[in-house]
Design a protein around this ligand. Structure first.
Ligand code: ADP
Length: 280
C-alpha cells in the first residue's frame, strides 16, 4: 500500500463572520484509508472537506497532506461533489482525459489511462457518449473516474450520491468500494447516510451540531472486500444503531432545543425512520 495520502486536520476552527461553523476539530485519514464524516446538516462537514481540498483556509489550526500544510488546491487531491460537473460538450472519454491533457500527457497515454478507469467503473461502452445521454448514476461515475484520472493520492467526496435514488446509490457504493479496493488511495467521504458511511468506511467520525466538533470516532470492523450482504449482519445492524443514536441526539440539538421531551417523542412518532433520517 502507498505511504502517501496522509491527511491530518489539527485543531481546526472556522468562523464565517459571527458564525462559528467548526470548532477545534482534529481528524486523520491514514494513507489508503477510507474515512467518512457524518453529522447533522450545517455542522461543518463541507467546510472541513473544502479545507482539505485547499478551497478554504481555517481561521485557527491547520490541515496537512503528507506533512505539508494545505494552502491551495492541487492535482494530488481529486474532488467529487453532489452536483455533476462534467463538460456537456465533451464526450465521456474526453471529460476523463481533460485533467491529463492539462498535465501535458500525450493522446495515446491519455486514452489508455481513461479507458482503464472507465472499464473499472463499467463505463467503457459509453466512452463516446455525451453527458446528457447518461443517467444520473452514470454521470456521477464519470465524475469519479475523472477525479481519479490524474492519479491523486487523495479523493475528497462531498455527498457524491446525494442526488441519486436509493437503488442507484447502492450500486454506486458497491462500484466505489470495488474501485477503492483496487486503487487504495485515501478517501475522505462526507455523507449524512449512516448505512452508506458504515458500508464504505474503515472509520466514521460523527460531528456535533454547529459549531461542529468531533463527537465520536467509530472504527468499522467489517472485513474487506465489502459486499452488500454484509448489510444484513448483526455487526452492521449494531453499528447502525450506535450511529443512529449519536446522530439523533445531534439532529435534535440542531433543531434548537425548542421541543420538550414529550415533543420529541411525538416527533419521532410522526416522522418515522425516513423523516428522522431527513433531519440529519
Ligand atoms: P454541512 O456540510 O455539515 O451541511 P457546511 O460546512 O456547509 O455544513 O456549513 C457549516 C456552517 O457554516 C453552516 O451554518 C453554513 O451556513 C455556514 N457556512 C458555510 N459556508 C459559508 C460561507 N461561505 N459563508 C458563510 N457561512 C457559511
Amino acid at each position: 500500500m502507498s505511504d502517501s495520502g496522509h491527511i491530518e486536520i489539527r485543531d481546526v476552527s472556522v468562523r464565517f463572520g459571527a458564525t462559528e461553523a467548526v470548532s477545534g476539530v482534529s481528524l486523520e485519514v491514514k494513507p489508503g484509508d477510507f474515512v467518512s464524516v457524518i453529522g447533522p446538516s450545517g455542522c461543518g462537514k463541507s467546510t472541513l472537506l473544502n479545507i482539505v481540498a485547499g478551497f478554504l483556509r481555517p481561521s485557527v489550526g491547520e490541515a496537512r497532506l503528507d506533512g505539508a500544510v494545505i494552502g491551495r488546491p492541487g492535482a494530488d487531491r481529486g474532488v467529487v461533489f453532489q452536483q455533476y460537473s462534467l463538460f456537456p460538450w465533451m464526450t465521456v472519454r474526453r471529460n476523463v482525459e481533460f485533467g491529463l491533457k492539462m498535465q501535458g500527457l500525450g493522446a495515446n497515454a491519455r486514452e489508455s489511462a481513461a479507458r482503464t478507469l472507465l472499464g473499472m467503473a463499467g463505463l467503457l461502452a459509453f466512452e463516446n457518449h455525451y453527458p446528457d445521454q447518461l443517467s444520473g448514476g452514470m454521470k456521477q461515475r464519470v465524475g469519479i473516474v475523472r477525479a481519479l484520472a490524474t492519479s491523486p493520492q487523495v479523493l475528497l467526496m462531498d455527498e457524491p450520491f446525494g442526488a441519486l435514488d436509493s437503488q442507484t446509490r447502492t450500486v454506486m457504493q458497491e462500484i466505489l468500494t470495488n474501485m477503492w479496493q483496487q486503487l487504495r488511495l485515501s478517501v475522505l467521504f462526507i455523507t449524512h447516510d449512516i448505512e452508506e458511511a458504515i458500508f464504505l468506511s474503515e472509520k466514521v467520525y460523527v460531528m456535533t451540531a454547529r459549531p461542529g466538533r468531533i463527537k465520536a470516532e467509530i472504527a468499522i470492523p467489517l472485513p474487506r472486500p465489502r459486499t452488500p450482504d454484509m448489510m444484513a449482519t448483526p455487526t452492521f445492524h449494531a453499528l447502525v444503531r450506535q450511529l443512529k443514536a449519536l446522530i439523533r441526539e445531534e439532529s435534535l440539538a440542531a433543531m434548537g432545543g425548542e421541543l420538550g421531551s414529550t415533543g420529541l417523542q411525538g416527533l419521532d412518532h410522526h416522522l418515522g425512520r425516513e423523516g428522522l433520517k431527513a433531519l440529519t
